[in-house]
Design a protein around this ligand. Structure first.
Ligand SMILES: [Zn+2]
Length: 211
Protein backbone atom coordinates (compact mmCIF):
# COMPACT_ATOMS: atom_id res chain seq x y z
CA UNK A 1 0.00 0.00 0.00
CA UNK A 2 2.77 2.44 0.88
CA UNK A 3 4.48 1.57 -2.37
CA UNK A 4 1.28 2.31 -4.22
CA UNK A 5 0.95 5.66 -2.48
CA UNK A 6 4.53 6.47 -3.37
CA UNK A 7 3.99 5.58 -7.00
CA UNK A 8 0.93 7.76 -6.96
CA UNK A 9 3.08 10.57 -5.63
CA UNK A 10 0.90 10.94 -2.52
CA UNK A 11 3.61 10.19 0.01
CA UNK A 12 6.68 12.40 -0.18
CA UNK A 13 10.16 12.34 1.32
CA UNK A 14 10.79 8.68 0.52
CA UNK A 15 12.68 6.94 -2.24
CA UNK A 16 10.52 6.19 -5.30
CA UNK A 17 12.24 2.84 -5.62
CA UNK A 18 12.78 1.41 -2.13
CA UNK A 19 10.83 3.79 0.15
CA UNK A 20 13.80 4.63 2.36
CA UNK A 21 13.85 8.30 3.43
CA UNK A 22 15.52 10.64 0.98
CA UNK A 23 17.59 13.76 1.46
CA UNK A 24 15.77 16.98 0.63
CA UNK A 25 13.73 16.90 -2.56
CA UNK A 26 15.49 13.92 -4.12
CA UNK A 27 13.38 11.24 -5.81
CA UNK A 28 15.73 8.47 -4.75
CA UNK A 29 17.69 7.53 -1.65
CA UNK A 30 21.49 7.53 -1.73
CA UNK A 31 21.72 3.77 -2.33
CA UNK A 32 19.34 3.84 -5.29
CA UNK A 33 21.11 6.89 -6.72
CA UNK A 34 24.35 4.91 -6.66
CA UNK A 35 22.60 2.16 -8.58
CA UNK A 36 22.05 4.53 -11.51
CA UNK A 37 25.18 3.83 -13.50
CA UNK A 38 25.60 2.58 -17.06
CA UNK A 39 25.55 -1.21 -17.07
CA UNK A 40 28.37 -3.04 -18.79
CA UNK A 41 28.87 -5.38 -20.42
CA UNK A 42 25.56 -5.55 -22.21
CA UNK A 43 24.79 -7.79 -25.13
CA UNK A 44 23.82 -5.97 -28.33
CA UNK A 45 21.79 -7.77 -30.94
CA UNK A 46 21.32 -6.30 -34.38
CA UNK A 47 18.24 -4.14 -34.96
CA UNK A 48 17.39 -3.81 -38.66
CA UNK A 49 17.96 -0.28 -40.11
CA UNK A 50 19.80 0.82 -36.95
CA UNK A 51 23.53 1.40 -37.61
CA UNK A 52 24.44 1.37 -33.92
CA UNK A 53 22.78 1.86 -30.58
CA UNK A 54 23.46 2.13 -26.87
CA UNK A 55 21.46 1.24 -23.77
CA UNK A 56 22.11 2.93 -20.43
CA UNK A 57 20.79 0.16 -18.15
CA UNK A 58 18.23 -2.52 -17.52
CA UNK A 59 14.55 -1.78 -17.05
CA UNK A 60 14.46 -2.67 -13.37
CA UNK A 61 15.02 -1.14 -9.95
CA UNK A 62 15.53 2.60 -9.72
CA UNK A 63 15.43 3.27 -13.49
CA UNK A 64 12.13 1.45 -13.83
CA UNK A 65 10.65 3.30 -10.84
CA UNK A 66 11.61 6.66 -12.35
CA UNK A 67 10.26 5.82 -15.82
CA UNK A 68 7.00 4.43 -14.40
CA UNK A 69 6.57 7.48 -12.23
CA UNK A 70 7.13 9.86 -15.15
CA UNK A 71 4.83 7.91 -17.45
CA UNK A 72 1.95 6.93 -15.27
CA UNK A 73 1.92 9.56 -12.58
CA UNK A 74 2.33 12.31 -15.13
CA UNK A 75 5.43 13.60 -13.43
CA UNK A 76 7.76 15.38 -15.86
CA UNK A 77 10.22 16.11 -13.04
CA UNK A 78 11.21 12.48 -12.60
CA UNK A 79 11.89 12.34 -16.35
CA UNK A 80 14.03 15.50 -16.12
CA UNK A 81 15.85 13.99 -13.18
CA UNK A 82 16.51 10.82 -15.19
CA UNK A 83 17.85 13.06 -17.96
CA UNK A 84 20.40 14.50 -15.55
CA UNK A 85 21.40 10.98 -14.50
CA UNK A 86 22.05 9.82 -18.08
CA UNK A 87 23.48 13.15 -19.28
CA UNK A 88 27.17 12.14 -19.40
CA UNK A 89 26.39 8.79 -20.99
CA UNK A 90 24.19 10.40 -23.62
CA UNK A 91 26.73 13.09 -24.47
CA UNK A 92 29.52 10.57 -24.71
CA UNK A 93 27.59 8.77 -27.45
CA UNK A 94 26.56 12.02 -29.14
CA UNK A 95 30.20 13.09 -29.29
CA UNK A 96 31.13 9.71 -30.65
CA UNK A 97 28.68 9.59 -33.56
CA UNK A 98 28.20 13.36 -34.14
CA UNK A 99 24.58 13.29 -35.30
CA UNK A 100 23.14 16.15 -37.38
CA UNK A 101 19.70 15.61 -35.86
CA UNK A 102 18.58 14.21 -32.50
CA UNK A 103 14.93 13.23 -32.17
CA UNK A 104 12.51 10.85 -30.40
CA UNK A 105 9.30 8.90 -31.15
CA UNK A 106 6.06 10.75 -30.56
CA UNK A 107 3.25 9.60 -28.28
CA UNK A 108 -0.11 9.03 -29.82
CA UNK A 109 -2.50 11.93 -29.46
CA UNK A 110 -4.61 10.38 -26.72
CA UNK A 111 -1.62 9.50 -24.57
CA UNK A 112 -0.04 12.89 -25.02
CA UNK A 113 -3.32 14.51 -24.09
CA UNK A 114 -3.59 12.38 -20.93
CA UNK A 115 0.01 12.87 -19.87
CA UNK A 116 0.58 16.41 -21.03
CA UNK A 117 4.21 15.82 -21.97
CA UNK A 118 6.49 13.37 -23.73
CA UNK A 119 8.77 11.69 -21.17
CA UNK A 120 11.63 11.29 -23.65
CA UNK A 121 11.50 14.99 -24.46
CA UNK A 122 11.76 15.74 -20.71
CA UNK A 123 14.70 13.33 -20.40
CA UNK A 124 16.46 15.20 -23.23
CA UNK A 125 15.72 18.51 -21.53
CA UNK A 126 17.18 17.15 -18.29
CA UNK A 127 20.29 16.04 -20.18
CA UNK A 128 20.51 19.43 -21.95
CA UNK A 129 20.45 17.79 -25.37
CA UNK A 130 19.13 19.86 -28.29
CA UNK A 131 16.46 17.97 -30.26
CA UNK A 132 14.08 18.28 -33.20
CA UNK A 133 10.60 16.82 -33.40
CA UNK A 134 10.58 15.23 -36.80
CA UNK A 135 7.88 12.61 -36.24
CA UNK A 136 4.15 12.94 -35.74
CA UNK A 137 1.43 10.45 -34.92
CA UNK A 138 -1.93 9.92 -36.52
CA UNK A 139 -4.92 8.30 -34.89
CA UNK A 140 -5.81 7.21 -31.40
CA UNK A 141 -4.26 3.79 -30.87
CA UNK A 142 -4.25 2.25 -27.36
CA UNK A 143 -1.09 1.86 -25.20
CA UNK A 144 1.52 -0.47 -26.71
CA UNK A 145 1.69 -2.88 -23.78
CA UNK A 146 -1.88 -3.99 -24.29
CA UNK A 147 -1.48 -4.67 -28.00
CA UNK A 148 -0.95 -7.98 -29.74
CA UNK A 149 2.01 -7.98 -32.10
CA UNK A 150 -0.03 -7.42 -35.26
CA UNK A 151 -1.81 -4.46 -33.67
CA UNK A 152 1.48 -3.24 -32.29
CA UNK A 153 2.89 -3.11 -35.80
CA UNK A 154 -0.10 -1.06 -36.88
CA UNK A 155 0.46 1.40 -34.02
CA UNK A 156 4.13 1.66 -34.92
CA UNK A 157 3.21 2.40 -38.48
CA UNK A 158 1.03 5.32 -37.46
CA UNK A 159 4.26 7.34 -37.12
CA UNK A 160 4.95 9.80 -39.91
CA UNK A 161 7.65 12.31 -40.65
CA UNK A 162 6.37 15.86 -40.33
CA UNK A 163 5.82 17.62 -43.62
CA UNK A 164 8.52 20.23 -43.01
CA UNK A 165 11.12 17.48 -42.49
CA UNK A 166 10.31 15.35 -45.55
CA UNK A 167 13.00 16.98 -47.68
CA UNK A 168 15.38 17.94 -44.89
CA UNK A 169 16.77 14.52 -43.96
CA UNK A 170 18.94 13.83 -46.99
CA UNK A 171 22.52 12.88 -46.06
CA UNK A 172 21.80 13.49 -42.39
CA UNK A 173 23.09 11.40 -39.53
CA UNK A 174 20.17 10.95 -37.16
CA UNK A 175 20.05 9.80 -33.54
CA UNK A 176 16.69 8.60 -32.19
CA UNK A 177 16.38 8.52 -28.40
CA UNK A 178 13.75 6.38 -26.67
CA UNK A 179 13.12 5.33 -23.08
CA UNK A 180 12.62 1.55 -23.15
CA UNK A 181 13.91 -0.98 -25.67
CA UNK A 182 11.69 -4.06 -25.91
CA UNK A 183 11.45 -5.70 -29.33
CA UNK A 184 13.18 -2.92 -31.24
CA UNK A 185 10.30 -2.90 -33.71
CA UNK A 186 9.40 0.74 -33.23
CA UNK A 187 12.93 2.05 -33.61
CA UNK A 188 13.56 -0.20 -36.58
CA UNK A 189 10.50 1.09 -38.38
CA UNK A 190 11.34 4.71 -37.62
CA UNK A 191 14.90 4.28 -38.86
CA UNK A 192 13.71 2.54 -42.02
CA UNK A 193 11.46 5.52 -42.66
CA UNK A 194 14.34 7.96 -42.12
CA UNK A 195 16.63 6.01 -44.45
CA UNK A 196 13.94 5.86 -47.14
CA UNK A 197 13.84 9.66 -46.99
CA UNK A 198 17.57 9.86 -47.68
CA UNK A 199 19.11 9.85 -44.21
CA UNK A 200 22.77 8.78 -44.33
CA UNK A 201 22.93 6.99 -40.98
CA UNK A 202 20.49 6.13 -38.21
CA UNK A 203 21.53 5.50 -34.61
CA UNK A 204 19.56 4.96 -31.43
CA UNK A 205 19.94 5.40 -27.72
CA UNK A 206 17.72 3.86 -25.04
CA UNK A 207 17.57 4.61 -21.37
CA UNK A 208 16.73 1.01 -20.48
CA UNK A 209 16.22 -2.41 -21.95
CA UNK A 210 13.39 -4.60 -20.68
CA UNK A 211 14.97 -7.49 -18.81
ZN1 LIG B 1 16.04 3.80 -2.57
Amino acid sequence: MRKLLRLLGLAKGNCLNCEKPTVGEEFLCEDCLKELKPQHPMEYTHIPYVFSYRVFGRYEGAIKSLILNAKFENNPYTARFLGKVVKDYLWQYINEIQPDIITFPELNIRRFWLRGFNQVEEILKGAEVPYQRIFERKGFDPPMVKLKSQERLKAVQSHQVRRQWLYALEDKKILVVDDVLTTGQTISHLCQMLLSLGAKETHALFIARSV
